[in-house]
Design a protein around this ligand. Structure first.
Ligand SMILES: C[S@@+](CC[C@H](N)C(=O)[O-])C[C@H]1O[C@@H](n2cnc3c(N)ncnc32)[C@H](O)[C@@H]1O
Length: 298
């Protein structure tokens, strides 16, 4: 096994007052991403993975009449009824612009920005990226073949999420890190669209199940499968790069970064999720008999 875990280094936010931890080369801060992002240095990040609130809660205020009968905007999204996901759609554009412009500032021109979402938030993200001249490289569809059925039988079964992959170098500087040969060669066994020596498509067939190990430290209601994040890093992370996870949740992005010998920095405002992420990171560091290799990024 090739464990190339970076040692703790100088803090990226040395003046931070509050809960934080450094585990391997990963720093995690408990606090508001919007203000913490402002303290990061320009061009200090190689890959940012943002899994923000989608605003998909059925309690989201809408401009529709109160008797419209549509819970949230439909589909199986009622599962996402969390207080942190309650966003006012009339304020979403400004809110998204605030953190996306910070990502533009902190991510290197040859770096990548990945943003998760559904139709609730990705429209705003797309408009903001285009307005800020952040070039969208691809729009990925994460196909969840094991999605929950639409039990009310009122809509199509929501079985995908969108992911935007973008870079900050601008149209004239498309030098973003793209590990093309590595991912082309790789066989993602569970993905019916991606065999070895085939180009990766923009539809990723990745079941939304988490392994027992992924859930063994506790779970987050919108926890992403590690395999999904592994793929983003396979595509865009340089060796020894630094990953930013501004809405860290249970820490999936950072755990996968640690496993791949990368550095990382994450923010999470909810103390319960901050602690969960901390446990997961420590567990990853302590893991001796790993079935997953470290240092996979080529
Ligand atoms: C969609 S979840 C991320 C889930 C994560 N990808 C995982 O795999 O566990 C979004 C997270 O962002 C946190 N959050 C929302 N607004 C935030 C803010 N302004 N600053 C920091 N964290 C925030 C929420 O508490 C929630 O845990």
């Amino acid at each position: 096994m090739n464990k190339k875990i970076p040692k703790p280094s100088k803090s990226l936010l040395p003046d931070f007052q509050g809960e934080s931890c450094q585990i391997g080369g990963i720093e995690l801060f408990q606090g508001d991403a919007i203000s913490l992002l402002k303290s990061l240095k320009d061009d200090s990040i190689d890959v940012a993975i943002a899994d923000p609130p989608y605003g998909a809660s059925s309690k989201t205020p809408t401009a529709l009449p109160s008797d419209h009968g549509l819970k949230g905007f439909g589909g199986a999204w009622k599962a996402a009824d969390h207080s942190w996901d309650l966003l006012d759609p009339s304020k979403q554009l400004d809110a998204v612009a605030e953190w996306v412009s910070e990502l533009k500032r902190v991510v290197k021109p040859e770096g990548s920005i990945w943003i998760h979402g559904s139709y609730h938030n990705l429209g705003f993200v797309n408009v903001v990226c285009q307005s800020l001249k952040i070039e969208i490289i691809n729009e990925v569809i994460w196909f969840k073949r094991n999605a929950m059925p639409n039990l009310r039988a009122t809509r199509l079964t929501a079985s995908h999420e969108g992911i935007i992959w973008a870079h900050t170098g601008g149209e004239k500087n498309r030098k973003y890190n793209f590990n093309y040969d590595f991912i082309k060669a790789k066989d993602y066994e569970e993905d019916s669209f991606k065999n070895a020596d085939k180009q990766m498509r923009t539809v990723w067939d990745i079941p939304n199940n988490k392994t027992k190990y992924e859930l063994s430290f506790g779970s987050h209601p919108t926890q992403k499968p590690e395999r999904l994040i592994q793929r983003m890093l396979d595509i865009s992370a340089p060796k020894k790069g630094t990953v930013l996870s501004p809405f860290a949740g249970s820490g999936t992005d950072l755990v996968v970064a640690l496993r791949n010998g990368l550095k990382g920095v994450g923010f999470e405002m909810n103390p319960e999720y901050y602690e969960l992420a901390q446990r997961r990171l420590q567990g990853e560091l302590d893991r001796e008999a790993s079935e997953l290799p470290f240092g996979e990024i080529k």
